[in-house]
Design a protein around this ligand. Structure first.
Ligand SMILES: [Zn+2]
Length: 66
């Protein structure tokens, strides 16, 4: 999860992993993150075509989507 949006691992690139918005297919959203092997954000597009998910934090520390 990154800034209230969820991302799915899309594919590996030469120096990292490209993550796509988890709603890319359902909402035709083109947002993505390109994260290097050591955790740096190399490239990103945070323009989403939809609102972020709302999360509810349970008392046991887990998250629930509402
Ligand atoms: Zn999105």
């Amino acid at each position: 999860m990154f800034r209230d949006y969820t991302y799915c691992r899309h594919y590996a690139v030469r120096n990292g992993i490209r993550w796509k918005c988890s709603r890319q297919s359902s909402k035709n959203c083109s947002a993505f993150l390109l994260i290097s092997d050591n955790g740096d954000i190399l490239k990103k597009n945070e323009v989403h075509s939809h609102e972020p998910f709302q999360y509810y934090c349970n008392s046991d520390g887990s998250y629930m989507r509402i």
